[in-house]
Ligand binder design. Structure first.
Ligand code: AMP
Length: 281
């Protein structure tokens, strides 16, 4: 039966006892409303560690929009049942006061431009809030390994960079994006799609994967225009951005020879939410 901890001290007591027995700890931080994308991270963590802890905390510090925070889906009892089914050992569900007893004092850290592109442009302050909570959670849990989805590619790059710069002992492991059968990346926000938006939402992934083929005939700039017209031709989505970037620095490619590892990252606006996705190019 999964153990639930709401306080830092009770969680640490439990983890310390496991560490003393030489057990390795795998950690999966989430904001809940769990789906198969999250559960794949749990499954991988189970395979690679003696015990697995999942945190569920809707972090106010990383929402730059109060309405988005308000409507973020919350489903703790279903989440607990899903985690229990995966034999996840424990779940940490702290309150906002437990995490931020002195208010949201943000971690100030130079992310060398990784945070000022793509999501950083459209969600100002998001990454400062995200690294604040991830750093705090790493201090609390002190895991051997932590698992993050490639679905949030920029977040994964930033967490890896932070861990390297701060010389933290945790190993950060990126896991492939889990998709619905039609290719739509699983996301807690997909429930906000209207039936017609959901019907067309696979267009996002289809357009991204087509970019790999179009590289031979399009410059990055021309490909941007092609993606925009594909996404917007339905009349139901609006392109917020598509960026073709160096997968290590996240900086825009001016031409296709600029980097060996390349990523296409996209954000699309729907009537009630925004969806992000990315693929290797
Ligand atoms: P969230 O609850 O949205 O903060 O996500 C928690 C973790 O699950 C993050 O590391 C996400 O990147 C990861 N994640 C979310 N959706 C997916 C997905 N479709 N496939 C793989 N990982 C995902």
């Amino acid at each position: 039966m999964i153990k639930q901890f709401e306080t830092i001290s009770s969680l640490q007591k439990h983890l310390d006892a496991n560490r003393e027995q030489g057990k390795t700890i795998g950690f999966v931080p989430t904001m809940g409303a769990l789906h198969d994308g999250h559960l794949q991270l749990i499954r991988k963590a189970k395979k690679e560690n003696d015990i697995v802890i999942c945190s569920i905390f809707v972090n106010p510090a990383q929402f730059n929009n109060a309405a988005d925070l308000e409507k973020y889906p919350r489903s703790l009892s279903t989440d607990m049942a899903l985690l229990d089914k995966e034999s996840c050992d424990c779940v940490f569900t702290p309150s906002v006061i437990e995490m931020y007893p002195n208010g949201n004092k943000l971690l100030s850290f130079d992310l060398k431009g990784l945070d000022t592109v793509m999501e950083g442009v459209f969600r100002p302050g998001h990454f400062a809030g995200m690294i604040t909570v991830v750093h705090h959670l790493f201090e609390i849990v002190n895991p051997h390994r932590a698992y993050f989805g490639e679905k949030d590619f920029q977040q994964l790059a930033i967490v890896k960079y932070m861990v390297k710069q701060l010389d933290k002992s945790v190993e950060v492991i990126g896991c492939p994006t889990v998709r619905e059968l039609d290719g739509l990346a699983m996301s807690s926000r997909n429930i906000h799609l209207t039936p017609i938006e959901r019907e067309h939402a696979s267009l996002i992934y289809k357009t991204l994967i087509a970019c790999a083929d179009k590289k031979s005939t399009h410059t990055p700039e021309a490909l941007y225009q092609w993606v925009k017209s594909e996404i917007e031709q339905t009349g139901i989505f609006k392109l917020e951005y598509v960026a073709f970037v160096n997968a290590d620095t996240l900086q825009d490619l001016n031409n296709w020879n600029d980097a060996n590892l390349q990523r296409a990252c996209i954000a699309v606006i729907t009537s009630k939410t925004r969806l992000i996705d990315n693929v290797e190019l």
